[in-house]
Design a binder for this molecule. Structure first.
Ligand SMILES: Cc1ncc(COP(=O)(O)O)c(C=O)c1O
Length: 306
C-alpha cells in the first residue's frame, strides 16, 4: 500500500487492527497521518507517539479527552450543530465536514456542507476540508461497478468541498484505494490484515490474520473447533477453515465437515480465516506474529474499547 499511496496520500485507518505496534510498522513505511474510529483509538495513538496528524473519522459528543491531548494534532469529523458544539466545547481545534456520499450512516447532506462549515468557523474551529466514506461501494465485488459508484459518490463530495473549502478531501477504503482519484487521502484499514470478504475482490493484499483454534470434539461427519461467535465478526458471514467446510458457528464453537479423506482428531489445530477483520480483531487481546510455526512476537490489541 505504501508503494501505491506513499506518505500522506494514505491515512491508514487503525480501526481494522486496533494495534499501535502495527500502526508503528505503517509509520515506518512512511505514513505519519492516521484515521481512527473511536476516542480510545485517538488517545492510544497519541500515547504511542503516533499523533502527528490524527483524524477521528466519526462523530462523537464528548470531545474533552481529545481536547486534552496536547502532544497530538487532532481533527474530528462533524456533521451537525451538536457535533460542532461538542468539538468546540471539548477543546478540539480542527474539523472536517463529514458528508453523506451514499452510505446511510453519518455525514450531512452535501447541500448542507457549506452551512456546517460556516457554523464550525463561527465557533472558532479550523475547517480543514471534507470527508465522505463510500462504505456502500468498497466491498462490491464487480470492479466496474465499484468504479462507477465511486465516481457517483465522489461527485457529491467534490460538490460539497467547493462549498466548504480547505485542503483535505478524505475518503476511500481498501476496496477503492486505487479507484478513488478525487480524494486527497485514502482512509483504508483492512488491507493491513485482510479478510475473506475483501479476499474476493482480487486486490494485491494477502490474508495475514488467522485464528488458530483447537478441535475439541469429533463425530462421524463433523468436528468442532473452539472458536465461534465470541471470537469472530460474523456480519460478513461464516469464516472459512483450512481443510474443512464450516457448517455453522455458535457462541464458542465452529462446527465443520473435514475435507473428504481428512482425519481430524481432538487436539488438532485448525486455521480459521475471518470474514470481517475489524470486529474479529476487536474480540482479541493480542495478536501473535508467526513465521511458519514460530511465534516471533506478540502484539497487544491495545486500542480496543471506547
Ligand atoms: C469512516 C471509514 N473510513 C474508511 C474505512 C475503510 O475501511 P476498509 O479499509 O475496511 O475499507 C472505514 C471502514 O469501516 C470507515 O468506517
Amino acid at each position: 500500500m505504501a508503494e501505491a499511496l506513499p506518505g500522506p496520500r494514505m491515512r491508514p485507518h487503525v480501526k481494522a487492527h486496533k494495534c499501535t505496534a502495527l500502526a508503528g510498522w505503517q509509520a515506518d513505511a512512511g505514513h505519519r497521518t492516521f484515521t481512527c474510529a473511536t476516542v480510545r483509538e485517538m488517545v492510544g495513538m497519541a500515547a504511542a507517539g503516533l499523533g502527528d496528524d490524527l483524524l477521528l473519522a466519526n462523530e462523537v459528543l464528548d470531545c474533552r479527552p481529545l481536547g486534552a491531548l496536547d502532544d497530538a494534532r487532532v481533527t474530528v469529523a462533524v456533521d451537525s450543530l451538536e457535533t460542532i458544539a461538542a468539538a468546540a466545547d471539548g477543546g478540539v481545534r480542527e474539523v472536517l465536514v463529514d458528508v453523506n456520499v451514499g452510505l446511510p450512516r453519518c455525514g450531512c447532506d452535501p447541500d448542507d456542507a457549506g452551512r456546517i462549515a460556516d457554523e464550525a468557523r463561527r465557533r472558532g474551529l479550523e475547517v480543514r476540508g471534507v470527508m465522505g466514506y463510500e462504505g456502500h461501494v468498497v466491498g462490491l465485488e464487480d470492479r466496474d461497478e465499484r468504479v462507477r459508484q465511486v465516481e457517483e459518490a465522489m461527485a457529491q463530495l467534490v460538490r460539497a468541498h467547493e462549498d466548504v473549502g480547505g485542503d483535505v478531501v478524505s475518503a476511500g477504503g481498501t476496496g477503492t484505494y486505487d479507484i478513488n482519484r478525487w480524494a486527497t487521502e485514502i482512509q483504508a484499514g483492512s488491507y493491513a490484515l485482510m479478510d475473506t470478504a475483501y479476499g474476493k475482490l482480487q486486490l494485491p493484499f494477502r490474508q495475514a490474520l488467522f485464528l488458530w483454534s483447537t478441535v475439541i470434539s469429533t463425530s462421524p461427519g463433523w468436528a468442532v473447533a473452539d472458536a465461534g461467535l465470541k471470537s469472530l465478526g460474523m456480519d460478513h458471514g461464516n469464516p472459512t477453515l483450512d481443510g474443512g467446510k464450516v457448517w455453522f458457528c455458535s457462541d464458542e464453537h465452529i462446527t465443520f465437515a473435514p475435507e473428504p479423506g481428512r482425519e481430524v482428531k481432538v487436539g488438532d489445530r485448525v486455521r480459521v480465516v475471518p470474514a470481517h477483520v475489524d470486529p474479529t480483531v476487536a474480540y482479541h487481546e493480542v495478536m501473535h506474529l508467526v513465521r511458519g510455526d514460530e511465534v516471533i512476537d506478540t502484539w497487544p490489541v491495545d486500542l480496543r474499547g471506547w
